[in-house]
Design a protein around this ligand. Structure first.
Ligand code: ADP
Length: 200
């Protein structure tokens, strides 16, 4: 089995690369989704958040993520507390996904903040998806984000250089979806099987 870390700046095309790997047969897990699920109603994470932040973060019995985001935005202590609740749960879900792999299965773990969370030791192979900034803007604006939102998200993330420094391979996604698919197929057909052999 091979465990791949998939990262990249917002709007670079990570999710699309994840989808393409899934179509080829990889098990794809998204760290952001695990983080959202970690505080769903009925979970231990939910109880911890409500006991620390209080009922004011609830709306119709569920945690209102927008309210929670506002609470931690300008309060570093609260942010660290929230991270200390979410991170261990996400980490344990990730490890369970690794444990569940059989034979030659490939796990692709989509983790936008791979550099920021110093997670590089968890993976056999790290891919960073990069894309020219003007194209990222164009694609994200088409997805409904404002320039301000895009700017603040980009400013809060590691840089392309920092991601490249820990990546085994950088996918440049400035072209068409067809070109992206060919690159993902090349990785699936030649690079990952070679890694399987080297590990096995
Ligand atoms: P990320 O997960 O890195 O934030 P996404 O995979 O969501 O990025 O891609 C951002 C947007 O750009 C999405 O709407 C996606 O459909 C689109 N996109 C990604 N790659 C391409 C491409 N090669 N050609 C056209 N649109 C693309």
């Amino acid at each position: 089995m091979v465990v791949v870390g998939l990262t990249g700046g917002i709007g670079s095309g990570k999710s699309m690369v994840g989808e393409l790997f899934a179509r080829l047969g990889a098990v794809v897990v998204d760290a952001d989704q695990l983080a959202r699920e970690s505080i769903d109603r009925g979970t231990d994470g939910f109880d911890q958040v409500v006991s620390f932040f209080g009922d004011s973060v609830l709306s119709n019995g569920a945690i209102d993520r927008r309210v929670l985001a506002e609470r931690v935005f300008a309060d570093a202590t609260a942010r660290r507390k929230l991270e200390s609740i979410i991170h261990p749960i996400v980490r344990s879900q990730f490890l369970q996904a690794v444990d569940a792999l059989h034979g030659e299965e490939v796990l692709v773990y989509e983790i936008p903040l791979l550099v920021e969370s110093r997670a590089e030791g968890l993976f056999d192979f790290i891919i960073s998806v990069e894309c020219e900034i003007s194209i990222r803007y164009e694609r994200l604006r088409a997805r409904g984000m404002s320039s301000n939102e895009i700017d603040s998200r980009i400013a809060s993330q590691a840089t392309a250089e920092e991601r490249a420094a820990i990546a085994d391979l950088v996918i440049t996604n400035n072209g068409t979806q067809e070109e992206l698919l060919r690159e993902v197929e090349r990785i699936w057909e030649s690079i990952l099987p070679a890694l399987q052999r080297a590990k096995g």
